[in-house]
Write a protein that binds this ligand. Structure first.
Ligand SMILES: [Zn+2]
Length: 458
């Protein structure tokens, strides 16, 4: 009798249906076709059995990644970013529409992105489109072409090609995107208040933190909430770092305003108190804040006001990070963490009593939902067989030389983290740096986007 499946995976610890249990996962054609009890006798050409030292998680979905190619490929590129992602247990990532040249603000730019990515990706990659002043007419064509949603800034993005929108323009875009069923991701720091404070030049972290107070975020998030309320369109707040904003978001949701929010590993794992002078590897915008703020962000995850945790992988060259000068004003504000996000989160989540089911919800299921990827983020029949095999009790010390990001600059250097990624499966096969099999994902119902794929395997 022919084997019923291409592969089966048996493991006593698999995260499926919101909890950890023993299961047999049956795979055919790169998809999960059944999740059965551990004792199942399902047969297949390949049978993989794991022990109790590992937990099989859904492959993570990172909906906030700046890949910078084309145009700034000396900062980061598709080959290096997706190799780091695969090493970090991420099987799908969504690229942000800025930091590359051109920015993804029209269909030609989206095509340039896809051309740069095609055949180079270890994991599946989707794209956000950009909303900037004056490009409302480009949004429907970008949507048709398969972007997974849109992103705008309320304050200076650092890129002349990607200017911020006003609150009115944000409201108008939200109304338009509601008609397309598409979300608008918003970088929420207030432009006027940011300008009023001005730039700093200092080697002291406290000066940088004081120049980007929580108020900048609180003010902007209030505007996002009111825009979403007025337009009845889904607004998603990216990289939330001010815990003050959590009660506002909770209230708005109770009132039915369609607003969601994410935070990032660095806001949940690092604190302002520990950042020494000149340590610009720790600079992000918004900034890493005080320990008390960090603890309140964890409460936001516990309460479900924060929906997800994604990397905001925001790379640059070591020179741009000002590692020599140590001036927090001049340094690039961004942290590269694709490869480390899962162990960073697990190290700190476990201390607080969270489970790997929680981590899978924050880092796989919810980002997949935001990006509208119905075959990603869960271990369940009908989903892609994207898996992360994770050893939760193993620890390691971060050695920058072992990072696959284009540049190894990291605030986590020398830290001991709990949990190692043993292997990563993309559509039922182990990822392999020699054979990039990542696909470029389009919106599920995009014309011609058969099963959400716009290019074939290379
Ligand atoms: Zn970002």
């Amino acid at each position: 009798m022919a084997d019923a499946f291409d592969a089966v995976i048996r493991a006593p610890r698999i995260i499926s249906g919101g909890h950890e249990a023993g299961h047999t996962i049956a795979i055919r054609g790169g998809r999960i076709v059944a999740v059965e009890p551990l004792e199942s006798r399902a047969s297949a050409v390949r049978v993989l059995e794991f022990g109790a030292d590992v937990v099989v998680l859904p492959g993570l979905v990172d909906s906030h990644v700046h890949i910078c190619e084309p145009g700034n490929s000396e900062w980061e590129g598709f080959a290096t970013a997706t190799r780091a992602a695969a090493a970090g247990g991420i099987t799908t990532l969504v690229d942000m529409p800025l930091d590359s040249v051109p920015s993804t603000v029209n269909v030609a730019a989206l095509q340039a992105k896809r051309d740069a990515a095609n055949g180079r990706c270890q994991v599946d990659v989707g794209f956000w489109g950009g909303v900037i002043p004056g490009n409302l007419g480009e949004l429907a064509p970008l949507h048709e072409a398969g972007v997974l949603g849109f992103k705008c800034f309320l304050a200076d993005s650092g890129s002349d090609e990607f200017p911020p929108v006003t609150a009115e323009q944000m409201t108008e875009a939200l109304g338009f995107l509601r008609g397309l069923g598409s979300a608008l991701l918003v970088h929420a720091e207030d432009a006027e208040a940011t300008t009023a404070i001005g730039e700093i030049s200092s080697r002291r972290y406290s000066d940088y933190l004081a120049s980007r107070p929580r108020g900048l975020e609180n003010l902007a998030i209030a505007k996002v909430i009111e825009a979403a309320r007025a337009a009845r369109g889904h607004a998603h707040i990216v990289h939330l770092s001010s815990s003050d904003a959590l009660p506002m978001i909770a209230t708005a949701r109770r009132e039915g305003v369609p607003v969601t929010a994410e935070s990032c590993p660095h806001y949940l794992a690092l604190t302002a108190e520990e950042i020494a002078d000149s340590r610009t590897a720790f600079k992000s915008s918004p900034p890493i804040r005080e320990a008390a703020n960090c603890e309140l962000l964890w409460n936001g995850l516990r309460d479900g006001v924060l929906d997800m945790v994604v990397s905001d992988h925001s790379p640059c060259t070591p020179a741009m990070k000002e590692l020599g000068g140590g001036d927090f004003g001049a340094a690039w504000g961004g942290i590269s963490s694709l490869q480390l996000g899962l162990p960073v989160m697990w190290t700190h989540a476990r201390e607080r009593g969270f489970s790997l089911s929680d981590v899978a919800r924050w880092m796989a299921e919810q980002p997949a939902r935001l990006a509208g990827l119905p075959a990603k983020g869960r271990i369940a029949p009908g989903y892609d067989a994207d898996l992360c095999v994770f050893a939760p009790d193993e620890s390691f010390v971060v050695d920058p030389a072992r990072l696959h990001h284009r540049h190894a600059v990291t605030p986590y250097a020398g830290r001991r983290l709990t949990g190692t990624v043993r292997s990563t499966f993309l559509r039922g096969e182990l990822t392999d740096p020699e054979h990039p099999r990542g696909r470029l994902l389009a919106r599920e119902d995009a014309p011609g986007g058969a099963r959400a794929v716009v290019s074939s395997d290379s």
